[in-house]
Design a protein around this ligand. Structure first.
Ligand code: PLP
Length: 378
C-alpha cells in the first residue's frame, strides 16, 4: 500500500538529531517555554520574515489569540470561508464573535475577494483568509479591502508554512499570521504546537501575555489569559525540522507537479503548475463519483483522504451559524467531489508513478462505465 502520509520516513532523516535535543531538554528539567522555544521563535520569525513569532500549544490557540490580540470581542463579526478545517471558525466563536462566511474561488479554493464587500457590515472587524492546501490566498486584494474598510487581516497559514509571493512569506501579509505544527502539517511537532507571527510589537506583546495566563509579571494577571504555552520539547523538535522545511516544501512541490503533468488530461485536479506561492500541503483531484474512485484506488494499493468532506457551514455543530445547503455553491460542490492523493516529501518516484497510473486507470474505468450507463439510458 502506498501510504497517504508516512511520518516514519521523515523521522529516519531527523530522528538522531531530534533525540539528542529532546534528551537535552529532559536533562535540563525546563519543560515549558524556555530557551528551546525562544530559539525556535526567533528562527521561525526569521524564516517567515516577521519581526516576531510567538509559539503556542496549537494552531487553534494561535487563531484564538490572534483574534483576541486584534481586539475581537463579542458582537463583532469576522469574515472567513467555509472551505477550511473547523478550527478557523471555532476560533472566531471562542473569541465570542460571529463568523460570517464567504464562498471560495473555484480555481484557487481560497477566499474569493469579490465576495468580501457584500459581507461587510458595521460590526465587521476582521478578515480571516485561509491558505487552503498550502496555496496563498489573494492577499493583495484581501489586504486592500481590509485597508479600505479599516479591518484587521489575520491569515490562517496552518497549511502554508513557507508559501511565498513576490518574496513575501505566508504570515506576513496580514497584521497577524497563524500557524499549526500538528504532526501532519508541512512543519510538524512531536505532538501539538502552533505560532502567531506579527511585526506589530503591541500585538506581539498581547499574544505573548495571553498565552501565559495574561501575566504582566509573575502572578500579576493584567489580562484574562490562557495556558497556551508551547512545551520545550516541541520547540526543540521544531528547531531541528525548520532547517529542512525549504527542502521538504520543494520535494512536496515536485510530487504535486509530477501529478499535475502525469494525470490524464480529462481529470480535474488542483490548479497548477505549482510555484513558490503553493507549498502543496494537500494535492487533490475531483470526481463526480468520488466513492468509486476512492475504492478503486484502495484496491490498487493507493491510500487517499478527503479534505474535507463537509464545508464548515454544513457540519452539525455549526448549523447554528444560520447557513444551509446552497449558500456557498463552490465550497459545497468541492466538498462532495474532492479526493486527496498521497503527498509528503519522502514519497519516492516509483510510488508517484504508481499513484498516477492507478488514478488514470481508475478514472478511465469509471468514465467508461458512466459512458455505458449514459448509452443505455438514451
Ligand atoms: C490544522 C489546521 C488548524 C488547526 O491547527 P491545530 O494545530 O490542529 O489546532 C487551523 N486551520 C487550518 C486551516 C488547519 O489546517
Amino acid at each position: 500500500m502506498i501510504p497517504f502520509l508516512d511520518l516514519k520516513r521523515q523521522y529516519d532523516e531527523v530522528g538522531t538529531e531530534i533525540e539528542a535535543e529532546v534528551v537535552a531538554v529532559l536533562r535540563s528539567c525546563g519543560y515549558v517555554l524556555g530557551q528551546p522555544v525562544a530559539a525556535f521563535e526567533a528562527d521561525f520569525a526569521d524564516y517567515c520574515g516577521a519581526d516576531q513569532a510567538i509559539a503556542v500549544n496549537s494552531g487553534t490557540s494561535a487563531l484564538h489569540l490572534a483574534l483576541l490580540a486584534a481586539g475581537i470581542e463579542p458582537g463583532d463579526e469576522v469574515i472567513t470561508v467555509p472551505t477550511t478545517f473547523v478550527a478557523t471558525v471555532a476560533a472566531i466563536l471562542y473569541a465570542g464573535a460571529r463568523p460570517v462566511l464567504v464562498d471560495v474561488d473555484p480555481v484557487t479554493l481560497t477566499m474569493d475577494p469579490a465576495k468580501i464587500e457584500a459581507a461587510i457590515t458595521p460590526r465587521t472587524r476582521a478578515i480571516l483568509p485561509v491558505h487552503f492546501h498550502g496555496r496563498l490566498a489573494d492577499m493583495a486584494a484581501i489586504c486592500a479591502i481590509g485597508d479600505a474598510h479599516g479591518l484587521t487581516v489575520i491569515e490562517d497559514a496552518a497549511q502554508a508554512h513557507g508559501a511565498t509571493r513576490d518574496g513575501q512569506r505566508a504570515g506576513t501579509f496580514g497584521a497577524l499570521g497563524c500557524f499549526s505544527f500538528y504532526p501532519g502539517k508541512n512543519l510538524g511537532a512531536a505532538g501539538e504546537g502552533g505560532a502567531v507571527t506579527t511585526s506589530d510589537p503591541a500585538l506581539a506583546a498581547r499574544v505573548r501575555q495571553l498565552r501565559d495566563w495574561g501575566q504582566s509579571e509573575r502572578y500579576v494577571h493584567a489580562l484574562k489569559g490562557f495556558n497556551y504555552r508551547m512545551e520545550a520539547i516541541q520547540g526543540a523538535v521544531l528547531g531541528v525540522k525548520l532547517k529542512r522545511l525549504e527542502a521538504w516544501n520543494a520535494a512536496r512541490r515536485a510530487v504535486a507537479n509530477a501529478y499535475h503533468t502525469g494525470l490524464a488530461a480529462g481529470i480535474e485536479r488542483a490548479a497548477g503548475p505549482f510555484g513558490a506561492d503553493h507549498v502543496c500541503h494537500v494535492y487533490a483531484i475531483e470526481s463526480d463519483d468520488r466513492e468509486a474512485l476512492r475504492s478503486a484506488l484502495t484496491e490498487a494499493g493507493v491510500a487517499t483522504n478527503i479534505h474535507y468532506p463537509y464545508p464548515v457551514h454544513l457540519q452539525p455543530a455549526y448549523a447554528d451559524l444560520g447557513y444551509g445547503p446552497g449558500d456557498f455553491p463552490v465550497a459545497e460542490r468541492y466538498a462532495t467531489r474532492t479526493l486527496s492523493l498521497p503527498i509528503f516529501p519522502e514519497l519516492q518516484s516509483h510510488e508517484i508513478a504508481r499513484v498516477i497510473a492507478a488514478v488514470n486507470a481508475a478514472v478511465a474505468e469509471i468514465d467508461g462505465r458512466a459512458g455505458n450507463r449514459r448509452e443505455y439510458a438514451s
